[in-house]
Design a protein around this ligand. Structure first.
Ligand SMILES: Nc1ncnc2c1ncn2[C@@H]1O[C@H](COP(=O)(O)OP(=O)(O)O)[C@@H](O)[C@H]1O
Ligand SMILES: [Mg+2]
Length: 323
C-alpha cells in the first residue's frame, strides 16, 4: 500500500471519517492534506494505517509488493549476515526503500547495525511472531529506522523460544512470518531476511515469506557438499503449499580469495553442477574492511565506501535490482 493507494481508497469511500481513522491508526491529523496532495504519508504512518484501512474494506490491488529476499545457507560463516546487511544498504543507496529482517536468534545483523542485546528496543521480531496475544505486537511496532529508507526489524536471543511456538502451531507456524510481514510488503521495495545457520522452522518461515532466495557460498568443498540439501529444503513440498512461486534469485560466492586455486576450482564446479540456477557474475572478495565495519556497527559503505567490500556489494545489488 502506498500513498496513492490511500488516496484512491478514500476517494472511493467518501463517507469515511478521516478523524476517526487517524485516531484508530494513531497517526497525526493530516489525512485531509494527504488527500489534497500537499503532503505524503511516510512509511511508519502507512504501516500504521494499513490494518485500519483493511478493517474498512481496503483490498490490495493485484500489483505485487516488495521483493522479499531470504539470504540462506545452513552452513555458518558463509557471509549470510554480512550479505544481508550490505545488500540492504546497497539497495537503499540505489534509491530503494528497504527493510532488513533479522531472523537469526543470534542477532548478528541487528548487532552489525548497532542494535545490541543490552540496548534492544522493547519490541522486536519475537513480539511480531509470537502467538501469545498479550505479548504479540503488530510488525509496525517492531520496525526501527536505521537511516532514511533503511529500516530494521531487529532480534535477540528471545527469538529462540518462539521456535517451539511455531512448531506447535504446525501449518500456521510455517506461514507465520509471511502473514506477519503482510503490511510491510505493501510499503517497501525490498525486504531482506537474514536467516540462521540451520534448516529449521525459522529458515522455513523465511522460505515461505520470500519471493526468492540468495544463497551465499564460499567456494570450497564443504560448502559445495551442503548445497543439495539446501535446495531440497527450499523446494520442500511441505511449505511449497504456502509459496508456490519461490525461486532462487542466485548463488553468490563470498569470502573469495582469487589467489587460491581451490576457490577458482569450486567456483567452476558449482557453476556446472548447479547450472539450473543463476550464479551472480559478481562475487564478494575476501576483504578485511567487512569484519571491521561489522565491529564498528556500520555497513561497509559508511565504513569505507572505496573498499573492495563496498564495490562488490554495490555490484551485487545492481545485479539483483536489474533482475
Ligand atoms: N568478504 C569477506 N571478507 C572477509 N571477511 C568476511 C567477508 N564476509 C564475511 N566475513 C566475515 O566472516 C565471518 C562470518 O560472516 P557472517 O556474515 O557472520 O556469516 P554467516 O551469517 O553466514 O554466519 C564474519 O566475521 C564476517 O565479518
Ligand atoms: Mg549470520
Amino acid at each position: 500500500m502506498n500513498n496513492s493507494d490511500v488516496i484512491s481508497f478514500f476517494k472511493k469511500n467518501p463517507a469515511l471519517s478521516l478523524k476517526k481513522i487517524e485516531e484508530e491508526a494513531g497517526i497525526p491529523n493530516y489525512l485531509s492534506k494527504v488527500l489534497k496532495g500537499t503532503v505524503s504519508l511516510n512509511e511508519t504512518n502507512l504501516l500504521k494505517l494499513h490494518p485500519i484501512l483493511v478493517k474498512y474494506g481496503y483490498k490490495e490491488s493485484a500489483v505485487s509488493g516488495a521483493k522479499v529476499i531470504a539470504i540462506a545457507n545452513h552452513k555458518g560463516g558463509v557471509a549470510k549476515t554480512t550479505t544481508s546487511v550490505n545488500l540492504a544498504k546497497a539497495l537503499q543507496l540505489l534509491g530503494k526503500q528497504v527493510l532488513l529482517v533479522d531472523l537469526d536468534p543470534q542477532g548478528n545483523a541487528s548487532q552489525a547495525l548497532n542494535f545490541l542485546d543490552d540496548e534492544m528496543p522493547e519490541h522486536h521480531l519475537a513480539h511480531a511472531l509470537t502467538f501469545e496475544s498479550e505479548k504479540n505486537k503488530n510488525i509496525v511496532d517492531c520496525i526501527y529506522q536505521v537511516e532514511e529508507n533503511l529500516d530494521i526489524c531487529p532480534t535477540d536471543l528471545s527469538l529462540s523460544p518462539i521456535t517451539n511456538e511455531l512448531i506447535n502451531k504446525r501449518a500456521k507456524g510455517y506461514d507465520r512470518l509471511n502473514k506477519v510481514l503482510y503490511p510491510a510488503k505493501r510499503i517497501y521495495d525490498y525486504i531482506i531476511i537474514d536467516t540462521p545457520p540451520n534448516l529449521d522452522i525459522l529458515t522455513a518461515n523465511a522460505i515461505c515469506a520470500c519471493t526468492s532466495v540468495v544463497v551465499t557460498v564460499q567456494p570450497e568443498y564443504s560448502a559445495y557438499r551442503g548445497l543439495n540439501d539446501l535446495f531440497e529444503f527450499v523446494f520442500d513440498e511441505d511449505w511449497q503449499y504456502f509459496n508456490k512461486n519461490i525461486s532462487i534469485e542466485g548463488i553468490v560466492y563470498t569470502l573469495v580469495d582469487q589467489r587460491k586455486k581451490i576457490h577458482q576450482e569450486y567456483m567452476q564446479v558449482i557453476r556446472e553442477e548447479f547450472a539450473r540456477y543463476r550464479v551472480f557474475d559478481t562475487f564478494i572478495r575476501s576483504n578485511v574492511a567487512l569484519p571491521e565495519a561489522t565491529n564498528a556497527g556500520l555497513d561497509i559503505f559508511t565504513y569505507n565506501k572505496n573498499s573492495n567490500g563496498a564495490i562488490d556489494y554495490m555490484a551485487l545489488a545492481k545485479e539483483v535490482d536489474n533482475g
